[in-house]
Design a protein around this ligand. Structure first.
Ligand SMILES: [Fe+2]
Length: 475
């Protein structure tokens, strides 16, 4: 007879989620159980790392893998599926030459010093475009994004690359988490321009534009690693964590990109608000050191700007996501839903924990709550033996949590889709790709966003390596 302890030790590890998927498929109807909401129609488009070896070179970090796009289309109660490697120039060069040609987050091909200098100071010339972090819609265009300034446009039906560069961000580093510009319909983002005089640049890309429009430029000596930023009706919100880089050292060190950043907790976490209309910056907000990948939401309340993030104690998480550690089942640092209140009158920062327990890959009812107060946050959460073991819903008003989990199953980012005409903030569905490690395959899980009860699942015949982010596009 098995005891609970035995059960825990016999669970199947999520190693497959960090394993290459070579197969590209198109499947008209996935085996479906349960019942899809009748109102749910459209496509979940996602990107994520899917190939971790090129020739004899092995990627070192989860963020390095070559991007694959995935499409789940829900139509008339059925789910079709397609996946395809993103035909970036990084991917094409790797395929044609059988080796790694462009550097990634923590893995570099062997390159000369001259080549490194050229990469850093001549944007566009040799930067990678392995867009494995997020996808977004810009007007009628669909683009996959990473943290270099080169997004890749693709066809949302066939997932083939469109072969044109939708735009180029004004710097060498940017985020794959743009915000929607409610007024103009385009997107807002920031980039770091590195050089003898480095700067942060906020920019907008209008729906049809092929070039960014600059909103603000702020000088910076040692740029911080920032994976996302916040947005309120008036402000762009920059949170500089004390993980910083000396741009010249980055150019000269010979180490892979992220390994040039240094943790300097004495700097604290510094917030800057940039006026969306004038580009004017208001800084001087400082609190204790922490680190985050993801802003959750931000809004204004009286004389305060409220900024919610999934905050880690420090930047250890970046170390924890090296593939060797993940595949060995080493522990992964966890983030907590944390609120920062920036008071404009005295530039003070108040920090509060919104709920106990961990959450990452956060989503909100974005269409309704972006720039405005929100009550609910959904995300992936850990379980007894690690992370990505379940899906969590947090009510920030009372700190309560609800979770979904199942033995041997590992969940990705839950994408919230509002029911058309919904009045409640949490009236909708959550879509998440879940790895069933025992079955060695993945499925699309559809949950009721209000109570996390399972509505339906559609099974894919192979595993889907863990992906980062995706968007739902209504038909
Ligand atoms: Fe992200």
């Amino acid at each position: 007879m098995s005891t609970p302890a035995d059960t825990a030790t016999t669970s199947v590890a999520p190693t497959l989620g960090y394993t290459t998927l070579e197969e590209e498929a198109r499947i008209d109807a996935l085996p479906l159980s349960g019942e899809l909401p009748a109102w749910l129609a459209g496509s979940l488009l996602r990107t994520g790392p899917a190939k971790f070896e090129i020739g004899s070179q092995h990627m070192r970090h989860w963020f390095d893998g070559l991007a694959m796009l995935h499409r789940f289309t829900i139509d008339d109660g059925a789910v079709s599926y397609g996946n395809r490697f993103l035909e970036s120039r990084s991917y094409r060069a790797a395929r044609e030459q059988g080796r790694m040609v462009y550097g990634e987050f923590a893995t570099d091909p062997c390159r000369s010093l001259f080549k490194r200098m050229q990469t850093l100071f001549s944007p566009g010339s040799a930067l990678p475009d392995n867009a494995n972090i997020n996808v977004t819609r810009l007007g009628e265009r669909f683009i996959a994004m990473t943290e270099t300034p080169l997004p890749v446009q693709f066809d949302p039906h066939t997932l083939a690359s469109a072969g044109v560069r939708p735009y180029e961000a004004p710097g060498q580093l940017t985020t794959a988490h743009p915000h929607m510009d409610r007024a103009g319909g385009g997107m807002l983002n920031y980039a770091a321009k590195l050089g003898a005089r480095s700067s942060y640049r906020f920019f907008a890309v209008d729906p049809e534009a092929t070039a960014p429009r600059q909103i603000a430029s702020l000088p910076v000596k040692e740029p911080a690693y920032m994976h996302s930023f916040g947005l309120t009706e008036r402000w762009l919100v920059l949170a500089e964590f004390p993980l910083v880089v000396n741009p010249l050292a980055l150019a000269l060190s010979g180490r892979p990109y992220i390994e040039n950043y240094r943790w300097k907790p004495e700097l604290g976490t510094r917030f800057t608000l940039v006026d969306r209309a004038t580009g004017e910056a208001t800084g001087g907000f400082r609190t204790d050191a922490c680190f985050a990948f993801h802003h959750v939401n931000a809004y204004e309340e009286g004389d305060e700007v409220v900024v919610d993030m999934c905050a880690f104690a420090d930047a250890q998480i970046i170390e924890d996501l090296y593939l060797e550690r993940l595949r060995a089942g080493k522990p992964v640092a966890t983030a907590e839903l944390t609120r920062f209140r920036l008071r404009l009158t005295d530039r003070s920062v108040r920090r509060e924990l919104l709920a106990d327990g961990d959450i990452e890959l956060p989503r909100i009812n974005y269409g309704r709550c972006n720039e405005r107060p929100h009550r609910y946050v959904w995300g992936a959460c850990g379980g007894p033996s690690g992370w990505l073991e379940g899906i969590v819903k947090i009510d920030v008003e009372d700190g309560s949590r609800q979770t979904w989990s199942q033995p041997d199953c590992y969940a990705g980012e839950p994408v919230f889709v509002a029911r058309p005409g919904a009045e409640r903030e949490d009236d909708g569905a959550l879509l998440s790709i879940v790895l069933d490690a025992r079955a060695e395959s993945s499925f699309l899980l559809v949950l009721d966003a209000a109570d996390l009860s399972e509505l339906a699942r559609a099974e894919v015949p192979h595993h889907i390596p863990f992906s980062f982010h995706g968007q739902f596009v209504r038909s």
